[in-house]
Design a protein around this ligand. Sequence first.
Ligand code: ADP
Ligand code: MG
Length: 362
Amino acid sequence: MNWRRFCCFCICKEKDLIRENKSRDYPWELYTLKEILHATNNFHNDTKIGEGGFGSVYRGRTSKGVEIAVKRLKALSPKAEMEFAVEVEILGRVRHKNLLGLRGFYASGNERLIVYDYMPNHSLVTHLHGQLAADCLLDWPRRMSIAIGSAEGLAYLHHEANPHIIHRDIKASNVLLDANFQAKVADFGFAKLIPDGVTHMTTRVKGTLGYLAPEYAMWGKVSESCDVYSFGILLLEIISAKKPLEKLPGGVKRDIVQWVTPYVRKGAFDRIADPRLKGKFDRAQLKSAVMLALKCTDSNPENRPTMLEVVEWLKGGVERRRKEVTNLQHMLEEDGNNETDADFQGLRMPQSDSRRERAVKN
Ligand SMILES: Nc1ncnc2c1ncn2[C@@H]1O[C@H](COP(=O)(O)OP(=O)(O)O)[C@@H](O)[C@H]1O
Ligand SMILES: [Mg+2]
């Protein structure tokens, strides 16, 4: 990787941005190591806010008083260096209200650092399963707005960014929340740029078990619909606060779709909602979101919606959603067991469990 080129690009980009639009929020910045060390108190352990496969993330405050997050590469292996390069390259290309903003980077000697906007409300995983889960800061409207925001960020990557971008690691720990609980999709280390006209590619499998589309987990076939699948899992997780993969007694693993399916069959949608919501949710919205998640996680990528359709669905009014949900019959299996839901009668269940189980075992 030619870092000199990257730095030049960075400077030019900043000049261009300033020239083009003086009011733009975050033109790129170049950071000196000294400034970042000062901001993070020499990467003091107390400033550490996150840990991933790629490196540690620290919180800091620059001399201008700006709160930043700094990702520091752990070891300079070729793989880690590649992830760093991919993340800087991709975040440098995109700008959207639902994507984490890149402020700058540092690359010299053995040090590789990425500087982002600091997200004071941490990642979605902390609220669903982590330290902040008990506080229950995510009420139903907030959850839906986070789902819509993440979907909009992804739709931008798939349909507006040029070339298109597949994220490949959509999961709760990679959705960060700003001061207003607005979702910011983060962590582009595994992302892939898709050249024009290419519909899918075969690659080595990256990503996180539990969120991987079966065709990707088994054959490395990657396309935008792999992100759609992961988004479907994330949507169920947002609704239920269940983990994507659960270890049952006896060591068998069950994924969240397998968990949710019997409740949908019975029409017992209320049982799917996170108990911490204490029944405070929009029932029609919940049903619609669950059905959308099932469509997103269809084992056949061709049956999954696009992220643009997902956004439209999530934003659509109740009447519209009801019609769409009823139209889902082609992906659902006849089930005479539907007990309670007049508006969802006739739904069929996904036929894809065997493939899903194989993906889980992998
Ligand atoms: N800008 C940020 N603001 C606040 N916390 C962050 C920020 N970036 C990352 N984090 C925290 O650090 C964790 C790891 O960051 P991430 O970019 O996902 O790196 P990795 O590639 O190591 O998974 C996130 O899950 C989150 O908890
Ligand atoms: Mg991550």
